[in-house]
Design a protein around this ligand. Structure first.
Ligand code: SF4
Length: 340
């Protein structure tokens, strides 16, 4: 790990001031923010990230770590830990898909350390990205190529890929947020702003190293999730190579509003199969207004993978992703949901 300058801050303005002095590019920053540290420290040890300055934001959990539920909207401070939110009774009762997406991620130790804001910004697990001895990786070194396209790509994405990068987005919580139309609040040098969570992540385009639409220096401070008739009937189904402490091979975040067996409203996001948290709007359209049975769920799952581009080792992800979604939909439809 290369030497770096360390600062610990207790407020957003203090963090922005230090960040402005240190300077920040987008792909290999001069300054990097440290929240839970569960991604950054790993990548610094691997020398994938080599910031000259690390700004420790952990003290912001006191001011930006609250969890609030007012009966209409869930407010999540970005510095709340994954464990705090996963175990919160209001989240479990009113937004089960959020609680499950967090509790099925990582390990208990990591969930205690990692913050929500850091979680949604975690980097891909592509082995070529995480090992600098592989020279061709557009996400790590822009313009160098992509080793994975002709390499071992079993874990890689089939949706949202292009010739520049096929890395899958590794998180779980982000799928719940995008399915529920969450909003993210940001603080930066130009002040505070809010954006739809769906606008936070960028598909690879020509610059896979630019992973988000955050402006330089911006810090995620909160997430806001509106309640809907579908949020209680929601779940997160995660399929992985082992049952614990593992990333998704395929996952589905599903929220349904049902009138008997007919779907009034459906919200669906997919994980493990796409380059970004992936909202499956075509699948939602297939369900809306129809009786949800296995045949309809299969039609929705097929629609969800329209346009998928499998590579040499990951063609199985299309069938697996479809099966995961079918099961998630049928499980969500059969949930007993009280309306208290
Ligand atoms: Fe790099 Fe993306 Fe290719 Fe992986 S898939 S080697 S992250 S460019």
């Amino acid at each position: 790990m290369q030497p770096f300058h360390y600062s610990r801050v207790s407020s957003i303005p203090q963090a922005l001031e230090i960040q402005a002095t240190a300077g920040q590019g987008r792909s290999r920053p001069g300054a990097a923010y440290l929240a839970g540290g569960t991604t950054l420290i790993d990548l610094m040890k691997l020398e994938v990230m080599r910031p000259q300055s690390v700004i420790d934001l952990r003290a912001l959990s006191a001011t930006h770590g609250a969890i609030g539920w007012d009966g209409a909207t869930l407010h999540l401070g970005a510095f709340a830990s994954m464990a705090e939110v996963a175990d919160h009774s209001d989240v479990i009762e009113h937004f089960p898909v959020i609680a499950q997406s967090l509790s099925l991620a990582a390990s208990a130790q990591l969930r205690n350390m990692a913050t929500l804001g850091g979680n949604v910004l975690q980097k891909t697990r592509c082995a070529y990205f995480r090992d600098p001895s592989w020279q061709a990786c557009n996400r790590r070194t822009p313009g160098s190529g992509c080793t994975a396209i002709e390499g071992i790509n079993r874990q890689h994405a089939v949706l949202g890929t292009n010739e520049h990068c096929i890395a899958s987005y590794p998180g779980d919580f982000a799928q719940a947020l995008i399915a529920l139309d969450a909003t993210v609040t940001l603080s930066g040098p130009e002040g505070e702003r809010r954006m739809p969570f769906a606008s936070l992540h960028r598909q690879p385009q020509g610059r896979p190293d630019i992973e988000t639409n955050l402006a330089p220096g911006e810090i995620i401070t909160a997430f806001t999730v509106p309640a809907g008739a579908w949020t209680r009937r929601s779940l997160y189904l995660k399929v992985r190579d082992r049952q614990s402490y593992e990333f998704a091979v395929a996952s589905a975040a599903v929220a349904l509003e049902m009138n008997g067996r007919v779907v009034n409203e459906a919200r669906i996001a997919l994980g493990g199969v796409a380059t970004v948290p992936w909202r499956a709007r075509e699948a939602e359209s297939v369900l809306r207004g129809h009786t949800l049975d296995e045949a309809r769920a299969n039609r929705a799952a097929q629609a969800a993978f329209n346009g998928a581009v499998p590579r040499s080792h990951n063609a199985f992800k299309v069938a697996l992703g479809q099966s995961t979604l079918v099961r998630a939909l049928l499980d969500a439809a059969s949930l007993e949901v009280s309306h208290g």
